[in-house]
Design a protein around this ligand. Sequence first.
Ligand code: ADP
Ligand code: ZN
Length: 648
Amino acid sequence: MAENDDDKGILPAWEKKDKKEKPGLKKHDPLIKPLNRKQFHFSLLYFLITVIALILINTYLFRAKVESIDYSDFKAKIVSGNILRVEMGEKDLTGFSKTKAQIEAYSKTQSGGRPPAEPPKTFKTVRPADPELITLLDQKGVEYYAVSKSDDSWLGTLISWVLPIALMILFWNFLSKKIGGPGQGVMSFGANKAKLVAEGDTGVTFQDVAGVDEAKAELVEIVDFLKNPKKYEAVGGKIPKGVLLVGPPGTGKTLLARAVAGEAKVPFFRISGAEFVEMFVGVGAARVRDLFKQAREKAPCLVFIDELDAIGKSRGFSLGGNDEREQTLNQLLVEMDGFDAQAGVIILSATNRPEILDPALLRPGRFDRQVLVDRPDLSGRVEILKVHARKVKLDLSVDLEKVARGTPGFTGADLANIVNEAALLAVRAGRDKVLPGDFDSAIERVVAGLEKKNRLLNPKERTIVAHHETGHAVVAACTKGADPVHKISIIPRGIGALGYTIQLPTEDRFLLTEEELLGKIDVLLGGRASEEIFFGEISTGASNDITRATDIARKMISDYGMSDKFANVVLPSQRSSLFLPGQSMPGQREYSESTQQYIDEEITRIIGSRYEKVLALLKAKKDVVETIAKKLLEVETLGEEEFKNLLK
Ligand code: ADP
Ligand code: ZN
């Protein structure tokens, strides 16, 4: 009970009010819209209405009864007595069908409510130089008088001045909207495009996200913190401010972020990194500032920055520099340092290119926790299919596990697409239930579209990849001092990698002995060796392994002084940049041609002898490798425990 009260106390005031008025259904919270822009629009609207009203009054009330006629007609009307009074302007003449006294009398009948007399008529004509006019007027006894200005009203002035200005303002507003993107007035440069989705709205829970159990487990703590920040405050524990979700597109990163907000029942801000980068220098930075200001006001809440790489690209990477992006990134760093996690704002962000992120973003206090959201394995795919199949009617004969088996390498988004396609096909066929055949056709369709995006392996390739990865894993398990195998997978990942074996170190290592370095080379060669043993031929799949193995061997000789001939001597060939890790500048080779030849030969010798050793090892363990590879083909991913069990 007490806890419950506590929860309510944390909810921002607006949220409580919101609930009473309209439970749930609001799409966007109006509060989040920049206020000044709203006012701006408001006054502009009134202004326009006034101008239009004035124009209408002018034309209908004053001009409607004015009849423009030719001068000859004008004169004829004077002669015939239709015009009793004439106003002479500099350039034109206005004739009235009644005298001044008559007009006064007429307006009295109007206000008095008696039946109106005939309304006065007004005629207008251009005034030519006619000296006879005055004589004629005198002759006919017409009242006449002159006015100094031809333009009769202040209204004309008003319109000729105000209308262009109003149009200009409109145009300016339109232009600034174009520049600033939707929802941006020029008056609110920095104001944010992040939309706040109120509590009931994300509506997503962890149950809607399947197949990414590891990621979910990492995020449970965040949910707990958002629900109950006081608990953490009391103990003094520090929750990470920023969590980076890393994984290929369509694996459910956005969905996970939504689910965290939904589970914790906190407001959810979503903005894409690309939206920060604008045409004008400083706008992006202002936007970041604004976003954090809003977030702090709504705490506890969750901010989700999609495509973080758009702003977070390593500063060293861009040639020529991009001031705008750099400023935006700096502002983001400043803001992240500036607030205390206890304030209850958590920042999730997503990227599918973690390798290009600026290292500064990944430092403690920023996005110091990274969560891998990978393509789902077989059981993951079954779960995801189940989640999406909840929304469609399936025939009893549909076996989702079989569907999952036929879709290796598919992401959650692909699977959602398949379920949807299958349902559409069923509707098109006039059925009210989805049959297994619909799924087959749907997969075919999606695969045709997918093949361009990411390669799907044919069965033979899958078998090769399975044996290759098992080779790595078995060698790792048999090498003394090698990091234990954490996970083996034959799910294609990123660009190029068709499968992967993850080894996790048991402890931090800063020194590596010669033997350990050689062990690393062994593990890397294990993949190709296994291919050779089982298929009698080698494939291109090991190119990355070989590059890395060669690299280690070269470093042993040139950097670590571990060769016989140049023991304890460094042979520098590359100078690496001190402050930009990972970037090396081609430097001058500082040794002779013959030394280079020695290095090349020595590398070949090391790799060659290690490869022989690995071949022998794997041949001895052929049966084990075969069993594990078979299992891997079946389930696609093996965890640490399963692998160990199979090894025995
Ligand atoms: P990302 O942000 O990683 O590119 P999204 O979160 O936008 O991917 O996923 C797109 C859609 O695909 C989701 O709305 C959901 O319908 C579906 N989807 C993706 N991953 C999953 C998953 N793990 N479980 C259930 N549905 C998923
Ligand atoms: Zn490999």
